[in-house]
Design a protein around this ligand. Sequence first.
Ligand SMILES: Cc1cc2nc3c(=O)[nH]c(=O)nc-3n(C[C@H](O)[C@H](O)[C@H](O)COP(=O)(O)O)c2cc1C
Length: 403
Amino acid sequence: MATWPPSRPRERASARPFCNKHHMPDLFSPFTLKDITLRNRIAMSPMTMYRAADDGRITDFHIMLMGSRAAGGFGLVFPEQIAITPDGRTGTSCAGIWDDGQIEGLSRVTAIIKDMGAIPGIQLGHTGRKGSELKPWDGKVQTPPDHPEGWQVRGPSPIPFGGRFPYPVQALGRAEIKDLHRSYADAARRALEAGFEWLEMHFAHGYLGASFFSPLANQRDDEYGGSLENRLRFHREAMDAVRSVWPERLPLTVRLGSDDFHPDGVQFDEAVWAICQLKDHGLDLADLSLGMNTDDVKDVPFDKLAFMVERGSRVRREAGVPVGVSWNLGIPAVADRVIREEMIDLVMLGRPALSNPHWPLYAARELSHEDPLSLLPEDWSWWLRRIPGPEGSQGWPIAVRTA
Ligand SMILES: Cc1cc2nc3c(=O)[nH]c(=O)nc-3n(C[C@H](O)[C@H](O)[C@H](O)COP(=O)(O)O)c2cc1C
């Protein structure tokens, strides 16, 4: 069993010279899923930035953020969670894909990502009872339905989240659930038109998919609630709707709220079962994350390196699907190790991707990659190869090498 953190990461990296022959994968090995090949195992995980226009259209900010990460060497680049309906946004400054007029802006995002050699991924989501939120810097609290920036939030059952999200939740009727599934399919069709090549459905973090799966938020007595089988019906139908328009040749993945860290909430064993079921509905890769269906959590290991990796590895083994996970994987030796040991297939970076647009290059240098500049677009590295200067003069972080 692997221990965290690896005891002497830098010595490990240099004791085992970098090899990219692909008989054993490492962080920089390509990864093929369906007809899509990522140039390495490093993904920028979706991050909501509260920088979209009020009508859900993306802005130059997104082009800058995504383009720079693709240029920095990430293999797969996601913008933020993109809402399938206006009330599926976190707040009014979050991006959406409920209208054909939103396709053009998203196409600009996919174009720059592809131009820089990465694959553009889209995360489709609906925030459910955790929507109608003010921007973090304006308070990050829910606003009431009659607030100019607020709306009536909806969820599986009329149970407010509580705390920062105090307002009443309208329980979705069956017809509304069907409408949402149609919205998922319409969004997937637009995503395809916009040029995305990887689609992740956001069923984590207390948003709508997570709340249907969790007994803490879902207390329905119809076919969408009660048994574990029923609590996964919303997701199976949503995936079927998306798969009906999203081509078989392109990856369809799910980010699942796999543990509520609460005795009455989702237990990880249930998530393992759920991922097995979703394989029959077109799932190509699982991204395990937290349920976040309550603030009343116990023992969430937020301060532990790589804390979702053991769970991801179990799903990979037991469900037999490729897995990518986030959470505290920003130390290159740790990220490389979880790929080398074939615990997971993809490293999904959140905060490290925010803080360092060139994280893949930084990691390559830390791990003594034989040619770190090969991670960059060719026309970008061309200049750096030809005008090298002394070590450190180009502005890259200097790799710490052990003797
Ligand atoms: C500013 C910010 C916004 C985020 N927004 C989303 C989101 O839209 N969708 C999502 O699935 N996760 C979101 N996350 C979670 C990240 O994708 C990631 O899983 C998390 O930060 C843990 O990875 P890390 O340890 O590499 O940061 C967000 C995280 C941050 C820091």
